[in-house]
Design a protein. Structure first.
Length: 239
């Protein structure tokens, strides 16, 4: 069986190939460094075989895949450079699009029209929802989760991958702040609703409407997605 690593091809038996693959999976380095390590390891394995050692003896002398990979990871820990993801710039584009769509363009429209409106919709049996129908421009506070989520995603896909795993704490904080803003906003709207109708608490439909509205429009879902992805990326660096 042929096993190719980089420009090196080695004849190996299935147990040896499984052994090498197990080492490769456990290396916490970038792809270029991983290829270099595995090429050197394959060359060393071939040299030992040519000197008369059996495959079983070589693997026993090298150690288990976990031990071999751990040695390389420990030796290269200060030099690990994970590839920066090119699509991180998509978060920048999304942030710019959100600023244009929810802040700058509404601001221009507001100034041109010079009017806004506040609407309260109710029924014969009492108010069913309260909202601000807006010609008024959206403020930074309302799009903060979008911006925090984009910033967290950009950092997780770039800056956090070229240094210490501790860097992941920054995007994690950004995501948590974006989700906290959502909670504060929902609580304040619920309080306003209860204040407008004394003795009546927000209904389930009210809560569902606002959860859908703010999670769908204010970017809290983005913070949640980036939070999960950042935790996964951070845990991966710790293995």
């Amino acid at each position: 069986m042929k096993w190719k690593i980089g420009n090196t091809t080695v004849d190996v038996l299935p147990p040896v190939k499984r052994y090498m693959n197990a080492i490769e999976r456990r290396l916490r380095v970038d792809r270029k460094t991983k290829i270099r390590i595995m090429t050197e390891l394959a060359s060393d394995f071939q040299s030992r075989r040519e000197s008369g050692q059996t495959d079983e003896a070589i693997m026993e002398e090298l150690g288990t895949p976990e031990e071999v990979a751990a040695e390389f990871n420990e030796a290269l820990d200060g030099d690990i450079v994970r590839p920066v993801l090119r699509w991180r710039w998509g978060f920048v584009a999304l942030a710019v699009a959100v600023l244009l769509a929810k802040l700058i363009l509404p601001q221009i429209t507001w100034q041109m029209s010079g009017a806004g409106s506040i609407g309260i919709i109710g029924g014969a049996d009492g108010p069913t929802s309260i909202f601000v129908s807006a010609n008024a421009p959206t403020g930074i506070w309302n799009i903060l989760p979008w911006l925090l989520g984009c910033a967290a995603g950009f950092l997780s896909a770039g800056w956090c991958r070229v240094g210490s795993p501790k860097r992941y704490a920054v995007p994690l904080v950004f995501c948590l702040l974006g989700l906290a803003q959502q909670v504060v906003l929902l609580l304040s709207m619920g309080y306003l609703y209860a204040s407008a109708v004394p003795g009546v608490f927000p209904s389930i439909s009210f809560g569902a409407d606002f959860l859908w509205s703010f999670f769908g429009q204010n970017g809290s879902w983005l913070c949640l997605v980036v939070l999960v992805w950042t935790i996964w990326a951070w845990r991966r660096t710790r293995k």
